[in-house]
Design a protein around this ligand. Structure first.
Ligand SMILES: Cc1cc2nc3c(=O)[nH]c(=O)nc-3n(C[C@H](O)[C@H](O)[C@H](O)COP(=O)(O)OP(=O)(O)OC[C@H]3O[C@@H](n4cnc5c(N)ncnc54)[C@H](O)[C@@H]3O)c2cc1C
Length: 310
């Protein structure tokens, strides 16, 4: 029976996809195959996790040419006899997913977690109604492209895999990539942080951001925010937004300061291992989902925390 193919251009995400694929492979009794495109180091790392890696060396392929990448993955899936393709549901992965599904004639789901098999078809959970509920959805076509929410799966255990070269001819898309440059400004990756100190509209004074940053630094974490602080007040870049329109984070510790806990925010942080909420309203809904809740004014808490953390 046809196998499952996984691909992400980010090594940690590529590893999570292997774990996700293994869950399905056990139920479907099919092999898992992983792509590494123009990345020898990634091929080696995935192989060290026991993966059967197929390495494509296509120097002329630019990852920003999403149509060309989708074409390469489609050809690889055909060569490797894979009808199910798992990608990561980050910005680029979602675009690849749509294009790939169209090329393969496959059903497609993005932002999926908790994958499972139902009557031989793959399904998974997705946020619905703005994150207020979870929909369990199933792809009914034979060919399936699924973009898996980052951090939904652990990294696979170490193992002994293999690396084989795969020869794929690149068909350039109609977009010509002329130049790439690192993103200007704030390029923090809050999804990768183990500790997040997130602030909301309860932070009244922009000057206090310095204290929040100092607290986050003392803890070895990153600063994140609710949407209004980035989009309305412009105090932070949109890279730092947690929630439906921002990032879905799964830190070990999330300290949420002056955030009310509306569902569009909580959907991005509810998987944190420990949630500490600080709010001057004991009835704020964030207090209901917190492991530790402190009813206090940020004006008092921030200097006290900074002092305590040295
Ligand atoms: C389609 C859509 C998508 C959205 N996506 C997102 C998203 O991705 N992320 C997101 O965050 N929001 C999103 N929102 C907005 C969301 O609905 C809320 O408006 C937003 O999360 C509220 O931000 P907040 O908690 O910082 O502010 P508020 O709701 O205003 O809460 C502020 C909190 O601070 C407390 N507070 C006030 N003063 C103090 C003080 N001095 N000390 C301590 N506590 C204090 C208050 O009691 C209150 O609980 C979205 C909305 C829509 C419609």
């Amino acid at each position: 029976m046809a196998g499952i193919l996984t691909y992400s251009d980010k090594t940690p995400l590529a590893m999570e996809l292997i774990t996700a694929a293994q869950v399905l492979a056990r139920e479907l009794n099919v092999p898992v195959k992983s792509l590494a495109i123009n990345d020898e180091a990634m091929a080696q790392e995935l192989s060290n996790k026991g993966a059967a890696v197929y390495q494509i060396d296509a120097g002329e392929l630019h990852l920003a040419d999403t149509a060309a990448v989708a074409g390469v993955i489609k050809d690889a899936a055909e060569q490797l006899d894979c009808e199910i393709v798992l990608l990561s549901s980050n910005r680029r992965g979602k675009e690849w997913a749509g294009r790939l599904a169209q090329k393969m004639g496959a059903g497609c789901l993005t932002d999926v977690s908790n994958l499972h098999v139902d009557s031989g078809k793959v399904g998974g959970e997705r946020n619905a109604l703005g994150g207020a509920t979870i929909a369990d959805q199933l792809i009914v076509t034979d060919k399936q492209v699924i973009a898996v929410t980052p951090k939904s799966y652990d990294l696979p255990a170490d193992g002994t895999g293999s690396i084989e070269k795969l020869d794929i001819a690149v068909q350039p898309g109609r977009i010509k990539v002329i130049e790439t440059a690192p993103k200007a400004g704030d390029t923090v990756d809050i999804e990768a942080a183990d500790i997040l100190v997130a602030v909301g509209q309860g932070l009244e004074d922009q000057e206090d951001i310095k204290i929040v940053e100092a607290i986050a630094e003392s803890l070895g974490g990153e600063v994140a925010c609710s949407k209004p602080l980035a989009t309305d007040k412009k105090w932070f870049s949109e890279e730092r937004i947690i929630g439906l329109s921002g990032k879905k984070c799964k830190p070990e510790l999330a300290i949420l300061m002056g955030i009310s806990g509306q569902v569009q925010f909580t959907v991005g942080i509810r998987d944190a291992r420990i949630i500490v909420a600080i709010n001057n309203d004991e009835n704020a809904s964030i207090m209901g989902m917190a492991d530790y809740a402190l009813v206090a004014d940020l004006k008092d808490v921030l200097p006290a925390m900074q002092k305590a953390l040295g």
